[in-house]
Design a protein around this ligand. Structure first.
Ligand code: 6PG
Length: 242
C-alpha cells in the first residue's frame, strides 16, 4: 500500500484540500450507494477542517445522506471538554443540517469502558451488517497522529495494537492513566478511504519516520488499508522532512 502524500503551503490550504477530498469521496459514495459513512477524529487539527466544511462546503454535500461515526473517544461524558464528540458537535455537527439519528457517538459516559466498546461494536454491526468474518467498510475515516505516533486511540505499547478481530475496544492507555474507546486496525484498514490530517512542524520528524522508516513501529504505520486509499495530507511544516 503506497500512501498518497500531499503537502499544502499553509494550514488553510491543507483544510481546503482535505475538505475537497471529503466532498469528492462523499458525492461518489452517495451516487454509488446512496449514503456516506465517515468516522471523525478527535484532537485539535480537525477544527480547521470542520470550519472549512461548514463554510465553503455547506451546500456542496447533501448532509442528509451523511452518517457520522468516530475513530475514538475519551472515557468521559459527551459534554466534557475532552470529549471528541463535543468538539465535533460544537465545530461541525451543530453548524450543519444533520439529524441526531445520523450521529453515532461512542458512549464515553458509560462507567465500564468495555461495555461501551461492545455497545459500539454492536452499533457498527447493526448499521453495516458485515458478513461473518468481514468488517464494516466505512467510506471515509479521518485520523490524526499524536506526538508519540499514535492514531485514533491506538497508543504505543497498548493492547489494542494487537487486536485483529474486534471492531472497537476499550484500550487502557498507561501514558494517560485512562481507558480510551477506539476502532481497531481491522476497521481502519477496511475503510475505502483513510486520511491522516497533520499540521505543524513539531511532528515533521515523526511524519518522516512514519512514511520512510518501515521499522519505526509507530502505531500510525499500522494503518494500511486492505483495498482503500491511504492519504497523508500535511501542511508544509509537517511535511518539511520529506
Ligand atoms: C484523540 C485523537 C488523536 C489525535 C491525535 C492528534 O482522541 O486525541 O483521536 O488520535 O488525532 O492525538 O491530535 P492533534 O490533532 O491535536 O495533534
Amino acid at each position: 500500500m503506497t500512501a498518497q502524500v500531499r503537502i499544502f503551503n499553509s494550514a488553510a490550504e491543507l483544510f481546503q484540500g482535505a475538505a475537497e477530498t471529503i466532498c469528492r469521496v462523499g458525492l461518489q459514495a452517495i451516487r454509488e450507494r446512496g449514503k456516506y459513512t465517515i468516522a471523525l477524529s478527535g484532537g485539535s487539527t480537525p477544527r480547521g477542517l470542520h470550519q472549512e466544511l461548514v463554510t465553503s462546503f455547506r451546500s456542496q454535500i447533501p448532509w442528509d445522506k451523511v452518517f457520522f461515526f468516530w475513530g475514538d473517544e475519551r472515557h468521559v461524558p459527551p459534554d466534557f471538554p475532552e470529549s471528541n464528540y463535543r468538539m465535533a458537535r460544537e465545530t461541525l455537527l451543530s453548524q450543519l443540517p444533520i439529524s441526531e439519528d445520523h450521529v453515532f457517538r461512542m458512549r464515553g459516559e458509560m462507567a465500564d469502558a468495555e461495555i461501551a466498546a461492545r455497545a459500539y461494536e454492536e452499533l457498527l454491526r447493526d448499521f453495516f451488517r458485515p458478513l461473518p468474518g468481514e468488517f464494516p467498510r466505512l467510506d471515509f475515516i479521518l485520523l490524526g497522529m499524536g506526538s508519540d505516533g499514535h492514531t485514533a486511540s491506538l497508543f504505543p505499547g497498548t493492547n489494542a495494537l494487537l487486536e485483529k478481530e474486534r471492531l472497537a475496544v476499550a484500550n487502557w492507555v498507561e501514558q494517560h492513566s485512562t481507558f480510551r474507546l477506539t476502532l481497531t486496525y481491522p476497521v481502519l484498514n477496511h475503510a475505502l478511504n483513510v486520511m491522516f490530517l497533520i499540521r505543524d512542524g513539531n511532528k515533521a520528524d515523526l511524519v518522516m519516520r512514519a512514511l520512510k522508516e518501515p521499522d519505526a513501529h509507530l502505531p500510525c504505520q499500522g494503518v494500511q488499508p486492505v483495498h482503500g486509499e491511504l492519504m497523508w495530507y500535511l501542511d508544509r511544516a509537517a511535511g518539511q522532512r520529506l
